[in-house]
Design a protein around this ligand. Structure first.
Ligand SMILES: C[S@@+](CC[C@H](N)C(=O)[O-])C[C@H]1O[C@@H](n2cnc3c(N)ncnc32)[C@H](O)[C@@H]1O
Length: 242
């Protein structure tokens, strides 16, 4: 009887946990725009270690305090080990899902150099970041890359797990894997402003200036027009006389 009771309670608990998990998955899918953004899946396997290692190499070389962020940081799988290893640098995780965010905050208890911020990573200011990490969906790579290309500073490095980002300048690709399945890590920096574009811009400006007559040009033109009218009028008289 007692054993049966325990089995029933265990079954109820497992059923309850399964329902909670399903509810959370549905909430997460809707929250992430029904496939527009990646839901909460932690980095794992070799690719996680390779992401951390790539960041580690940059942070070790740093000569000043670095600001590091993970866009959609989940529960801090990438940021937490780095924050522990590099107390001299600052770590900021952006995450809009309250569940992984709370897990991250709990795991980070006692660490002073890491902050979890609830918010949309498409709407943040990245101008003072030195290192940006992300693990986003393929569809997000294009719009996110555009935002970063326009907003990061010259020497900021962007490391993207599994999926390429648009608009940024690629520094390198790193071969990695998840449990034997080959995957890549993409490393970027801000694209350099093209010299050709700026020249084109100045020519266009010049053209625009040329196409607008100045006050003097307008005055000369109106003077000439009035002279021509008078001349024509005179000519007209002459013609009439003839
Ligand atoms: C694939 S997980 C990556 C988690 C973590 N970076 C890691 O590597 O373990 C993507 C995370 O990004 C979050 N996310 C997706 N779109 C977001 C957005 N626009 N703003 C903030 N967080 C977002 C999801 O809630 C999810 O936790």
């Amino acid at each position: 009887m007692c054993c049966n009771g325990i089995i029933v309670i265990l079954a109820l608990l497992i059923g309850f946990a399964a329902i909670l998990y399903l509810l959370y998955q549905t909430y997460s899918y809707i929250k992430c725009g029904c496939g527009k953004y990646g839901p909460f899946v932690s980095s794992y396997g070799k690719i996680k270690e390779d992401m951390i290692e790539e960041a580690r190499v940059i942070l070790k070389k740093a000569k000043h305090k670095m600001k590091v962020t993970d866009l959609g940081c989940g529960s801090g799988t990438l940021l937490l080990p780095l924050a522990k290893e590099f107390p001299e640098h600052e770590f900021i995780g952006y995450e809009w899902d309250i569940v992984p965010l709370t897990m991250g905050k709990i795991k980070a208890a006692g660490l002073k150099n890491i902050t979890f911020i609830k918010g949309d990573y498409m709407k943040q200011d990245y101008r003072d970041m030195d290192l940006i990490m992300c693990y986003v969906l393929k569809v997000t790579g294009e719009p996110l890359g555009k935002i970063l290309a326009e907003n990061i500073k010259e020497n900021c490095v962007v490391i993207s797990e599994m999926f390429p980002l648009g608009h940024l300048e690629e520094i390198k690709q790193i071969d990695s894997s998840i449990y034997g399945v080959p995957e890549k890590i993409f490393v970027y920096r801000k694209p350099k402003a093209e010299k050709g574009n700026s020249k084109k811009g100045s020519t266009e400006k010049k053209k625009t200036v040329k196409s607008q007559p100045t006050k003097t040009e307008k005055a000369v033109k109106s003077k000439m027009t009035s002279k021509t009218v008078k001349k024509n009028a005179k000519g007209g008289k002459n013609v009439k006389k003839k």
